[in-house]
Design a protein around this ligand. Structure first.
Ligand SMILES: *[C@@H]1O[C@H](CO)[C@@H](O)[C@H](O)[C@H]1NC(C)=O
Ligand SMILES: *[C@@H]1O[C@H](CO)[C@@H](O)[C@H](O)[C@H]1NC(C)=O
Ligand SMILES: *[C@@H]1O[C@H](CO)[C@@H](O)[C@H](O)[C@H]1NC(C)=O
Ligand SMILES: *[C@@H]1O[C@H](CO)[C@@H](O)[C@H](O)[C@H]1NC(C)=O
Ligand SMILES: *[C@@H]1O[C@H](CO)[C@@H](O)[C@H](O)[C@H]1NC(C)=O
Ligand SMILES: *[C@@H]1O[C@H](CO)[C@@H](O)[C@H](O)[C@H]1NC(C)=O
Length: 195
């Protein structure tokens, strides 16, 4: 690939990094596997697929970040009935980081799981063959966001009502758009190295 093109990419990449005041992660394979797996599970029950919700994904990343240093054996806050009890005392701060308000998130459910190495089939089983299946097979949920850190993977399901929409307040969509551009640029840059 020609050099000028690449410098343009570098500038774009740099500016998108500088514009961000919070880390942006591109979707991991593990997260995508779980997303596909959940929707296959729903399809097997004749339920509609859950759409990706970027704001829920942001929140899932924040929750995963809270869990990441906790060993799998410590299930404090995990595998409990999700969505009813705030998992962490800094829950409001975590919501704020994603520009979310409790009034638009309370009908959603947060489901954390710990699987060493995030083995794909174990991860999926931890969601579809546990207490969580009762949430994943519920018609009231229409969207999902998935985040992971270390051995922890977190799915946050959303509804299409205002109490579970995970709609953000002011300007947060801008951040996710920049995040998307950032991922695209990374992808382009990677392609130009390979070609
Ligand atoms: C799903 O729909 C198909 C075709 O309508 C039907 O044969 C099957 O029994 C349904 N499965 C479930 C789990 O409801
Ligand atoms: C388990 O995790 C909780 C919440 O992060 C923490 O307060 C507690 O100290 C941990 N316990 C052990 C044995 O690691
Ligand atoms: C969250 O929602 C409540 C009720 O709609 C509102 O009073 C409050 O100002 C909102 N907080 C933020 C940070 O937008
Ligand atoms: C969940 O993952 C753990 C590994 O952390 C595994 O031992 C367990 O069997 C899985 N649970 C289910 C229900 O698949
Ligand atoms: C959903 O899953 C729960 C728990 O596994 C089960 O009790 C319930 O019958 C399931 N409902 C449907 C509609 O499949
Ligand atoms: C919300 O989801 C429910 C269940 O999937 C569906 O019946 C309803 O039409 C949806 N409402 C809107 C406004 O999309």
């Amino acid at each position: 690939m020609a050099l000028p093109n690449f410098s343009l990419l570098s500038v774009l990449l740099l500016s998108s990094i500088l514009l961000l005041n919070q880390p942006v992660k591109c979707a991991d394979d593990e997260e995508d596997n779980l997303y596909q797996g959940i929707n296959k599970y729903r399809a097997s029950l004749n339920l509609t697929a859950l759409t990706k919700n970027e704001n829920a994904e942001c929140f899932a990343d924040e929750i995963a970040d809270q869990f990441k240093d906790q060993p799998c054996t410590n299930t404090t806050g995990a595998n409990t009935v999700p969505g009813t009890e705030p998992l962490f005392s800094n829950y409001p701060d975590l919501l704020k980081k994603c520009h979310l308000n409790i009034s638009n998130t309370k009908d959603g459910s947060v489901m954390p799981a710990c699987v060493p190495g995030l083995d794909p089939s174990l991860v999926l089983a931890n969601f579809t063959q546990s207490l969580y299946s009762g949430y994943l097979n519920d018609t009231k949920y229409t969207g999902v966001g998935i985040g992971s850190e270390g051995n922890w993977i977190v799915a946050v399901v959303t509804t299409n009502t205002s109490e579970g929409s995970f709609v953000t307040y002011n300007g947060a969509d801008m951040i996710s758009k920049i995040g998307l551009i950032y991922c695209l640029v990374l992808l382009l840059a990677a392609n130009s190295f390979l070609s």
